[in-house]
Ligand binder design. Sequence first.
Ligand SMILES: [Zn+2]
Length: 126
Amino acid sequence: MSTVCIKKDLLSQILGNAASMHPREMLLLLRGQKSKDQITVTDLLVPPLAIHGRGFTGFQAQMLPIDFSLVGTVHSHPSGVLEPSLVDLHHSFGRVIMIVGFPYLNESNIAVFSHSKEKLALKIID
Ligand SMILES: [Zn+2]
């Protein structure tokens, strides 16, 4: 069981980005540091060739530059459902699948999962 740590201001950036894209989905890459049982998100990156639209945000992992500091992705669910879809699980990469759901107000609208759909703990740091 891993814990995902994220700074408060990064979290507000994610929520703001999701809100501004609504009702479309947004997707950002998470960059950070990994240790055995903790992942700390330090930066957000806009994926290359992102195609925003309804349904899954068009994005192909094989088009990414090789960057070992990428720890996962965050994307929005305009439906508000805080569960990864099958598509999410199949198209994800990195260790973390972060989902931010409508109405994108605070951390109660965010859930973090591993590839095996295990829910991870989210810790907000200052
Ligand atoms: Zn999704």
